[in-house]
Ligand binder design. Structure first.
Ligand SMILES: Nc1ncnc2c1ncn2[C@@H]1O[C@H](COP(=O)(O)OP(=O)(O)O)[C@@H](O)[C@H]1O
Ligand SMILES: [Mg+2]
Length: 424
């Protein structure tokens, strides 16, 4: 098969690594890719927001499957456009991608189908939103309805903070003013990322992971795209996974099929495991980044037939095997991230780092300059490792981190601490 991956982050490098290892893969392309992905695929400079250009490339190179990494092109309907042109693509259609593209849409779907999620209301104006917040009290959660690259949610500890968040979102604090917001009750518990593969009708569970969103050790500092992740997630026992599939994922897939927007692709449920059981925080319509990296390290089966089966509506009798080992990834980011940061600093020692047992290094934001590897983004490297336990995977990942010379970068030193604590 000729396969084209869209995206340029650590998630796409992990997908490229796994897809390149498949005996089904003849030729692998990635648009636009990065310096690490270039070791697995031919990187091409096609703009993934230009659907016509992607389609033309896919037709010219006789691509058998396009695998879409990030949410923006999915929500913009790239799968619809590729499929309409006769190119097979893995991922949800524009209508189905509303699960991530509109938090209000998802909340309404949950309510209509008795899917456990925090009580909420949708608002189009600041006045009624503030009235609601004053009536409900704090803590309370204020969310922009649309895609916000992780910057659209404020967990407000006080009513004043919630009111400020409402003004910020409607006042254009994210660039463009929010046209709608969702306000919901604050859930208490432990978060987990749960993944399922869907073919429009059938959903099969993948595995769960947990990530660290805050920039600094001890889960302190500003929110980021994710500073690390590990799997398995101790809170996601087999019984909990069954419950999430039965109470959350399958009712969602059924509801979307019934609404004429069948869901195909990876469904990523952001969960809060509360005393009352799992509650849906949000859906994402693609693999998580950096969760995908640990999922790919734990996946024993070939990924390609799974992606094809999801695209073709053939998951009914499909199963995937996983290594029992744990996997963990440490994100290395440029100093200053998630605020402003420079680009172009030199990274050395990657080959020595990759020699640590069980280690795999995925690139999230790099470019080459001759033989040199240069930082080219906020999140730059994912130093990943497998181990018998999370503790062993953690020790291996940090042993590799310590072999990397990159004065302009930083990472957290405590990724996986909750799981390690439970193992001890
Ligand atoms: N109802 C809630 N109760 C408690 N925490 C929440 C709630 N909703 C969101 N959060 C916190 O805010 C984070 C971001 O919210 P989420 O809905 O996942 O938005 P996004 O990932 O699009 O920024 C979550 O990972 C969680 O930590
Ligand atoms: Mg989220």
């Amino acid at each position: 098969m000729n396969i084209l991956i869209l995206g340029s982050g650590g998630r796409e490098h992990a997908l490229a690594w796994k897809i390149a290892a498949s005996p089904l893969t003849d030729k692998l392309y990635c648009a636009p890719g990065n310096a690490g992905i270039a070791q697995e695929a031919e990187c091409i400079s096609v703009d993934i927001n230009d659907h016509a250009a992607v389609t033309a490339f896919a037709k010219e190179k006789k691509i058998d499957l396009v695998v879409v990494g990030p949410e923006a092109p999915l929500c913009a309907g790239i799968v619809d456009d590729l499929e309409a042109a006769g190119v097979k693509a893995f991922g949800p259609t524009k209508w189905a991608a509303r699960l991530e593209g509109s938090k209000g849409f998802t909340k309404d779907l949950c309510k209509a189908n008795n899917i456990p999620t925090a009580a909420y209301q949708r608002f189009k104006g600041a006045g009624t939103a503030k009235e609601y917040v004053r009536r409900k009290g704090a803590p309370i959660v204020v969310k922009a309805d649309g895609l916000a690259a992780g910057k659209g949610v404020v967990v407000a500890e006080t009513v004043q903070e919630a009111e400020a968040a409402i003004d910020m979102l409607f006042g254009g604090g994210l660039g463009t003013p929010a046209w709608e917001i969702v306000i919901e009750d604050c859930l208490v518990g432990e978060e987990a990322s749960f993944f399922a593969l869907c073919d429009g009708e059938t959903a099969i569970p993948l595995i769960a992971a947990q990530d660290h969103k805050r920039a600094f050790d001890g889960d302190k500092g500003p929110n980021t795209g994710g500073m690390g992740a590990y799997s398995p997630a101790p809170v996601m026992t087999a019984a909990m996974s069954t419950r999430v599939m039965d109470d959350i994922v399958r009712p969602t897939v059924r509801a979307l099929a019934k609404a004429g927007a069948p869901y195909k692709g990876v469904l990523f449920a952001g969960l809060m495991i509360t005393e009352q059981g799992p509650q849906l925080i949000e859906y994402n319509v693609r693999f998580g980044d950096p969760e995908c990296q640990v999922l790919m390290l734990r996946l024993m089966s070939d990924l390609v037939p799974a992606l094809v089966a999801a695209r073709d509506g053939q998951l009914k009798n499909f199963g995937l095997r996983w290594y029992p080992d744990a996997a963990l990834t440490v994100v290395m980011a440029t100093n200053g991230y998630p605020g402003s940061y420079g680009k172009g600093s030199l990274i050395e020692g990657l080959d020595q780092a990759a020699q640590v047992e069980g280690v795999e290094i995925f690139h999230a934001g790099t470019k080459t300059d001759g033989k040199k590897i240069l930082a080219n983004g906020g999140r730059v490297l994912n130093v990943c490792a497998r181990g018998k336990t999370v503790r062993e995977a953690q020790a291996r990942a940090y042993a590799a981190v310590d072999r990397i010379q990159w004065p302009d970068g930083f990472c957290r030193r405590d990724i996986g601490w909750q799981a390690v604590e439970r193992e001890t």
